[in-house]
Every structure is written in C-alpha cells, then in structure tokens.
Design a protein around this ligand. Sequence first.
Ligand code: RTP
Ligand code: MG
Length: 170
Amino acid sequence: MGKNMMKPVKFLYYLWRKSVERSLVLVKPDGVQRALVGEVVSRLERRGLRLVGAKFMQVSRELAETHYAIHKGKPFYDGLIEYITSAPVMAMVWEGPNAVAAIRQTMGSTRPTDAAPGSLRHDFALEVGRNLTHASDSVENGAAEVELWFGKEELVEWKREVDRWVFEGR
Ligand code: RTP
Ligand code: MG
C-alpha cells in the first residue's frame, strides 16, 4: 500500500472508532447485595453491547464525590454518597453503536416508578435512592467517567465474531 493510502485508512478507522460509544456502568451496592450483577451483565450482553472492562470494588469517598460532583448541594447528595460507598459495586465499561442511549433505556428512568416496563429499574426496583445501576448520560460524560474509573491498561479492545451481526457495517 502506498504511503498516501494510509491517511484515508486511518481517518476511516478514526470515524469507525468514534461511532462506537462507551458508557460507564455501575451495579450499585443494592444490585450487588441482591445478587443482580449477573442479571445486569446478561441484559447488556443480550442487547449486543460489548464489555471492555470490569472490576469489583469498594468505592472511596473521594471517587464518589468526584463522580457525583454535579449533584453536590442537592438534598439527596449526602444520601447518595453514603449509598454508593456503603458496600462494593461492580464497575464496568460497555461499548457499541448508540451505547449511551441503549444502556440508559435498558436501565430505565432514574425513578423506578417512571421506568418503562421491561427495564431493569422497572423490573427490580422501587425507590430512586435504591435504583440498582448507574449509566453515563451522554457520550462526553461516558468518556470522562471511563477515564475517571478505569486506567487505560484495564480496558480491553477486542472484536467478536458476532459483531457484524449486531453492529451494521462492521
Ligand atoms: P445514575 O447517574 O445513577 O445513572 O442515575 P441517573 O443519571 O438516572 O440519575 P441522576 O439524576 O444522575 O442521579 C444520580 C443518582 O442519584 C440518586 N437520586 N436520588 N432522591 C432523589 O430525588 C434522587 N435523585 C437522584 C439516584 O440514585 C440516581 O441514580
Ligand atoms: Mg446520572
């Protein structure tokens, strides 16, 4: 391949990577305690999303405060920090086309009684303060949260045989 061919190929690869969104997903302490980690993983897998990182961890107060900085000052903030640091969480990174919207749809609305039937929060939760999961709410926040929670070496770039049957044009 000539030297000039590399640039367009690289650019196409850049565009292809860009269209694959990433989201941080947390199974919060209530989800872990209720043995719903497998349920959450299973639903995301079945949706067609690709797992690129996972770790079972205790969230420090510092990480909780950085992650939820946007909610500082709100009436539920202290309870939220208490909740997320109260017991271990399963932290994961999932990717795919439209991953951010797809994952939030699979989780359901923040308030479980508003969540669509069939969503995780509808099927397994009752209270906003015990709503099982976290998912990034935009592509930008997805990238920022993945960087906050995971080191580069903790993320695995890989392809699946089935990708071309789930991701159009791959
Ligand atoms: P998350 O960030 O956890 O994925 O949830 P979300 O985007 O659907 O909701 P967000 O507005 O970011 O709120 C973060 C978490 O704070 C708790 N919360 N409690 N008591 C309340 O009114 C209230 N509002 C929010 C929930 O645990 C929510 O997931
Ligand atoms: Mg949020």
